[in-house]
Write a protein that binds this ligand. Sequence first.
Ligand code: ARG
Length: 459
Amino acid sequence: KSNAMWGGRFADGPDAIMEAINASIDYDKRLASQDIAGSRAHAAMLAQQGIIDANDAEVIREGLLTVLSEIEAGNFEFSAALEDIHMNVEARLKEIIGDAAGRLHTARSRNDQVATDFKLWTRDQMDAAISGIDALIRALIAQAEAGADWVMPGFTHLQTAQPVTWGHHMMAYVEMLGRDMSRFKDARARMNENPLGSAALAGTGFPIDRHMTAATLGFDRPTANSLDAVADRDFALEFLSCASITAMHMSRFAEELVIWSSAQFKFVTLSDRFSTGSSIMPQKKNPDAAELIRAKVGRIFGANVALMMVMKGLPLAYSKDMQEDKEQVFDAADNLMLALAAMTGMVSDMTGNIDNLRAAAASGFSTATDLADWLVREAGMPFRDAHHVTGALVAMAEKKGCDLPDLSLADMKSVHDAITEDVFNVLTVENSVASRTSYGGTAPSQVRAQIARWKEVLK
Ligand code: ARG
């Protein structure tokens, strides 16, 4: 039994179990187009530098396009005996163009090759995440514009706190997602250095031009240290970290949508298109998309932790442990993009139930803070005293089974004499939100200003 790849050194082929644990082709075939782009750039550079013959380079570059079209057409036979995408592509290239294929691997190693391929793939996913987030932000802004002045309860501890506006709540997520987008952009800028030409770990004695391949592959510059270049997976970890935070943000909104769409809340109606039914309970309409989005952060952050643990303690430079990077990033990227698309669809389709939102905002003594603020402003009371007086009024209303605006002026005066008819103006939820005009506050005027700022950014 001879060895398909290392016949010079090896007399025997690998055990079946060795092949099973070692081969990555089942998943790294997803890097095919990046692998071929990297090889085509490398071949052109080798020819320009006079390291290989220009004709050989042309034949190699053409042959690689043939390999790519076979893979894209789905009639490429991937072989586990050839371990990974790099060896599969090169072996097929040799079948197509013959011995010239053997010149392609001059002045490079699979170590810089895989770092290059994986960076190119991850860079595309960063771009996809940025545009997915952009679409979700636009959907949230559309909701915020529609309901800039719809009043709803704002919560702390999931207990009614103060009235806020629907637009304000939507725009809170726009801020989070805006930070997510800028994190992806930062990570993309930081990772955009070309590892190709680092060779196995020490660089090469061939007179290669790493600036040329960097430019061809859209990198800003070559990596500065060949040991670091083949040992670095920071870009994958940064992708996973950015993805984890984005997924965490989406999980919070998903949780709110699960609560809001329940019969007990009825704050929103989700569309049929983003809901599911029950096989036994005919009346059910379940928010499955929201629940699945809520769950995605689990596997995405799991991938982040998994790769961090793989990388922890690895000595320089490349170790085969690092082959365990790809499945984590592939799975996280697939699920992040899916969650972003589902969230965008769900947000675009959902309907806020204005009457229920308002009724909920008015319950639970939500304007108690407005009353206390009024006592400070109009009666000159220290806030702590106003807090105490308002607390007594809340206790009174609770005892009577009514809300604050339902108390009579006489009731109010019995708690504190300084209260006048005028107080009833601040007890409505509309006046409450309208008064919150501090920068970034919940007043419709502030929400509209925030929307306008975002529209400038997104232009
Ligand atoms: N399949 C390998 C990976 O994904 C490619 C690099 C292999 N390099 C090596 N020295 N065995 O990491």
